[in-house]
Design a protein around this ligand. Structure first.
Ligand code: F6R
Length: 616
């Protein structure tokens, strides 16, 4: 949700800030803007509706020859105020001498706006951010405070969340930053410094990073940084060296990041497997899972998984896996609901927070409730040092490398793989699996990347299927048991990538209402591999067929019966029931991807969405 970039140093400021914005565009792409301070210490602001490329053209047209001391930039995902140039960031103060970019929500902005209007300020945008620029200038000019104190005083008035970068003609050699609830990092180079909502803004230049904590305010001047709390006290934060494997990757010949990320799933599943298990004769070691000591495992009474969106769907698969393999009662909660519920948490409850970005505001808040009740938090995330990591007692990395496409694909399959491994680890700790059975499962798991590849190799057939159904207005996705979450995930992928209405449903629930929707125009996608519920799924398919619905199946390649009754089908290789979701989701990702591209849509940046949802 909104990307913030900043740079102070001897490189070409325009190029560094624009490059950072391109790298953060996945966080929001409604509009983009930039503010620079030139050598004569004057602020220049440029903003455009649309993508960073539109802004870049404008910047190059107007100031390609101007040299700057420093700059900040912003790519917006609109919260307050429509998508317009006026509402795009940076926002400036009344004199134009302060420019700020903001990610988050200022909840009491109406109250602050009224205060400013009473003092004669005229606000020109509909945003919550603009009030802050005026408020800081109000303290600076009326109370004659320095900029840091004015900034701090303004933030003391703010209710809500923020990541902010600020530049000003009043102190033209510094970038001011602040964070509460929305992420912000500072990159340290040699004689230069960077600001980023995440490290992808500057990882190309440095991997020495300061992760700001909530209610930190910082000043950088290219040579030194100083961090303070909201009371003005100095805070000592040490930089950390971040894994440079996280280097931003390019398209490598693919047409979109979504396509690339779907097709690189075998590679990253293998990566996660290699990093997560070591088999040494009879010893099976899970290096990442040591957080659960044998002692701890025995004590766990219940697991609560909390997450949003695709991560929630993966969590639901986790429930089936953990209950089946490790026999620990598990519930799965939408983080946005859990954070406002009154859960009864016991000390021996284990909370698992799943978040690819590690920054989802709802998930971050949801884990704080059980944490304050003494429960231990394990997070599964793709981004080291993310906010969720820093609230957790233990972390398991997805090891999927950066995912740029807004729709989760490779991080979804890697999360399910991690949940499989975690369930096996817990089952092992409780002595529920023999070494032979465990090895058999791990052996099969090591073949999963190859089986995913076999499905990807059927891309032509899936493309044909997408062409056949691309004009349909509605889809139903049905599954049972461990494949029910895959029906949810398949429907979610289609909705977000192709803007077609799709519902995921538990197949057995059809007769309790949704069956009324079935007619010859309704395509129904069944996730029906040959597993423990296969016969039940066959009955559900027949129910839909007898009402003239179009039936499409994701079925096992050994299945001889379903091809005789389905309108269309895609085969997946046979595997253990527990591993089916990693395979059955692949054709559904490809189907959504092809439907989206045939409809001419930007599959990497679906409308209204953003990769990292840092507002509630
Ligand atoms: C869907 C999708 C979203 C995310 C959700 C949670 O394709 O990507 O539904 O899964 O916003 O994001 P994380 O996992 O970053 O917490």
């Amino acid at each position: 949700m909104c990307g913030i970039v900043g740079y102070i140093g001897n490189k070409d400021v325009k190029s560094v800030v624009l490059n950072g914005l391109y790298n953060l565009e996945y966080r929001g792409y409604d509009s983009a803007g930039i503010a620079f301070i030139d050598r004569k210490e004057k602020i220049h602001v440029y903003k455009k509706v649309g993508k960073v490329s539109v802004l870049e053209k404008e910047v190059l047209k107007n100031i390609s020859n101007v040299s700057f001391k420093l700059g900040i930039g912003h790519t917006r995902w609109a919260t307050h105020g429509k998508v317009s140039e006026q509402n795009a960031h940076p926002h400036t103060s009344a004199s134009g001498k302060i420019a700020i970019v903001h990610n988050g929500i200022i909840e009491n902005y109406v109250e602050l706006k009224e205060f400013l209007e009473e003092k004669g300020y005229k606000l020109v945008s509909e945003t919550d951010t603009e009030v802050l620029a005026h408020l800081i200038e109000y303290f600076y000019t009326t109370e004659e405070l320095n900029l840091l104190t004015s900034f701090t005083k303004a933030l003391q008035q703010v209710k809500g969340t923020y990541a902010i970068a600020l530049i000003s003609e009043y102190e033209p050699n510094k970038i001011f930053v602040a964070r509460k609830g929305s992420p912000l990092t500072i990159g340290l180079g040699k004689g230069e410094m960077f600001v980023g909502s995440d490290i992808y803004a500057f990882i190309k230049y440095t991997n020495l990073v300061i992760y700001l904590n909530d209610e930190n305010i910082g000043i950088i001047d290219g040579l030194a940084y100083n961090i303070y709390d909201l009371e003005g006290n100095t805070i000592d934060i040490r930089p950390v060296v971040t894994d440079s494997d996280l280097m931003f990757s390019d398209l490598q010949g693919y047409r979109s990041y979504m396509e690339k990320e779907i097709f690189e799933q075998p590679l990253y599943l293998k990566n996660a497997l290699e990093k997560s298990i070591i088999i040494d004769n009879d010893d099976i070691i899970f290096p990442y899972f040591n957080f659960f000591s044998q002692e701890n495992i025995k004590k766990i009474n219940r697991i609560i998984i909390t997450a949003c969106g695709s991560s929630w769907n993966a969590g639901l698969i986790g429930k089936y896996l953990i209950e089946k393999l490790a026999q620990i009662p598990t519930s799965v909660e939408y983080a946005s609901e859990f954070r406002y519920s009154s859960p009864i948490i016991h000390q021996n409850d284990m909370i698992i927070a799943i978040s690819q970005s590690g920054e989802t505001a709802d998930t971050l808040e949801a884990l704080k409730i059980p944490k304050s009740n003494g429960a231990k938090i394990l997070s599964i995330t793709n981004i080291p040092n993310s906010s969720i990591c820093r609230e957790s007692d233990g972390i398991i990395y997805m090891n999927a490398n950066q995912e740029i496409g807004v729709a989760a694909t490779k991080t979804f399959t890697n999360t399910v793989l991690i949940l499989v491994l975690l369930s096996l680890y817990l089952a092992n700790g409780k002595k529920l699996l023999s070494t032979t059975k465990m090895k058999k499962m791990l052996n099969e798991l090591s073949d999963i990347p190859n089986k995913v590849q076999q499905i990807l190799d059927q891309k032509e057939s899936i493309f044909v299927l997408a062409n056949k159904y691309v004009t349909k207005a509605n889809f139903l996705y049905l599954g049972r048991g461990i494949n029910y979450p895959i029906a949810l995930e398949g429907a979610l992928k289609l909705k977000e990538i192709s803007y077609i209405h799709a519902e995921g449903y538990a197949a057995g629930e059809m007769k309790h209402g949704p069956l009324a929707l079935i007619d010859e125009f309704m395509p129904v996608i069944f996730v029906a591999p040959k597993d423990y519920l296969y016969e039940k799924s066959v009955s559900n398919i027949n129910e839909v067929k007898s009402r003239h619905g179009k039936t499409i199946g994701i079925i096992s390649e050994s299945d001889k019966y379903l091809p005789t009754i389905l309108d269309d089908y895609i085969c997946i290789p046979q595997t253990f029931d527990e591993f089916n979701p990693i395979l059955s989701v692949i054709p559904l990702q490809l189907f959504a991807y092809y439907v989206g591209t045939i409809r001419g849509l930007n599959v990497d940046k679906p409308r209204n969405l953003a990769k990292s949802v840092t507002v509630e």
